[in-house]
Design a protein around this ligand. Sequence first.
Ligand code: CU
Length: 319
Amino acid sequence: MPSRKSRPGLLVMDEGLRGMGRLTRLLSKEATTRIYAVLTLAAIGIVAFAGIAWAAGPQPWEIGMQPPATPVKDLLSAFHDELLVIITLITIFVLGLLLYVIVRFHHRRHPVPTRTSHNTVIEMLWTVVPVLILVIIAIPSFKLMYYMDRVPNPDMTIKVTGHQWYWSYEYPDQSGLAFDSNLIPEADLKPGQKRLLDVDNPLVVPVDTTIRVQVTGTDVIHSWFVPSFGVQEYAIVGRLNESWMRVEHPGVYYGECNQICGVNHAFMPIKVVAVSKDEFQHWLADAKRKFAHRDEGGAAVRVATSTPADAARPAPAGN
Ligand SMILES: [Cu+2]
């Protein structure tokens, strides 16, 4: 133990700094170059992984986002990648500054500190540069928000209603075709079906069709969220929120309610099946037979899609 009179905490700190000084002296130029190379590769790896495409649902061990299936999600992913480059550069810059200060101004190398407390130029820089970076980020961000918000000329409309704890889907352009979409319980899963994600009646949509998605709720706030579509819209009682999607590839896409909505929040998944326009027409014909719907030019009241037992039950008092 050194015989210096010093408080224990300071002593530990001093020892630590001395250790680091020794470490920097120990590191040969080669070793330092190698460390920089590894750090650079790691940064490139992180940036590259962000863009890798996976499947249209959650996968084990995935770290990137789900592959985009709509123009909105394409732009969202691109924006995410741009931001990742910007934050990586900022982080490397700040880390470099910190390391430089730690090594260069260590008390052994720099025993007499200057008493400088202000430097107008550098203070201007560290105010203006971050503001400029934020403006550079804000411009594409706002553009994208308005692009996502609503679509001027949709080809069709789908109405999504959130309930505790399932979704119901309605096709107002198709004689009010409507049905409920419930989770398949774990015990009833067939091979190939996904636990907590597969449903009895998925939402079926045609590809290459601009679809206006209207979202509302009947009890508490839910949120209709399909990652591959870049759609996340709150389902609020008494409000009709709007978003849109144009699915580019046929496939099965999964999502979940992502607003905590009660005890069965985790059990109201979203499954969307995107099919070709022809297949969609076939599905429509079948679905109209399978599910109750308002007749063409018929009564204003839509026939309930519920079971007879539900129909016999009195309607719940509204919120
Ligand atoms: Cu919910």
